[in-house]
Design a protein around this ligand. Structure first.
Ligand code: AMP
Length: 210
């Protein structure tokens, strides 16, 4: 199963990708997590990406396409993968098609901007492994500590309200047109965000016929 998760920043793509990767036994590829790790490690890619990310802007397509083509060629992707946060532009989607990267389904999680603005204030991520939590919806077992690796949970710099607004604008302008792009290819499955994480997982799995 080769899957794309589409949706606005804060729609719950990362959380759902974590669940689906266990259900379907395939890895998740999150360009956001890869870029944050690159920044932390001070790599050339990280240095190039940082200013864009801090402002809530998209990192240039060529950087992203390089990351993705390398990552999907790795051995653990042989049986499929879940892309979280990529593609984010038509140009990225076209470049992936050109590189022969094909998909079985594209799931778009639908959620209003208002709910996202409320939600983002509670999001926390592990500064070590990138795992995602929410103070109310997905709290860690121990406050401030990652369940998976024991790392420290922090608020992402780009989750500040003004940056979230900028990211939502970018989403509507650059990423939302991908829904039509994949609908034309017969791959789009739109699902409504549900009151709980578990219910949203259920509607996604149902849309995938699982
Ligand atoms: P995310 O963790 O998916 O919300 O991504 C955080 C930030 O990383 C975005 O606001 C962008 O600056 C950058 N980013 C992640 N994925 C992409 C992508 N596919 N194309 C461009 N920029 C990206």
């Amino acid at each position: 199963m080769k899957l794309i998760l589409l949706g606005a920043p804060g729609a719950g793509k990362g959380t759902q990708a974590d669940i689906l990767c266990k259900e379907l036994d395939i890895p998740t590829i999150s360009t956001g997590n890869i870029l944050r790790a690159a920044i932390k490690n001070g790599t050339p890619t990280g240095m190039k990406a940082k200013a864009f990310m801090d402002e809530g802007k998209l990192v240039p397509d060529d950087v992203i396409i390089g990351i993705i083509t390398e990552r999907v060629a790795e051995e653990d992707c042989a049986n499929g993968y879940i892309l979280d946060g990529v593609p984010r532009t038509i140009a990225q989607a076209e470049a992936m098609e050109k590189a022969g990267i094909v998909f079985d389904a594209v799931v778009s999680i639908e959620i209003s901007d208002e709910v996202i603005m409320e939600r983002m204030s509670g999001r926390r991520v592990c500064e070590h492994c990138g795992a995602s939590y929410h103070l109310v919806a997905v709290p860690p077992k121990q406050e401030g500590i990652c369940d998976k690796c024991g790392g420290k949970l922090v608020q992402r710099k780009d989750d500040a309200p003004e940056t979230v607004k900028a990211r939502l604008e970018v989403y509507h302008k650059e990423t939302e047109p991908l829904k039509d792009f994949y609908a034309q290819r017969g791959l789009l499955k739109s699902v409504e965000n549900q009151p709980t994480v578990a219910e949203t997982s259920q509607v996604i799995l149902r849309a995938l016929g699982k």
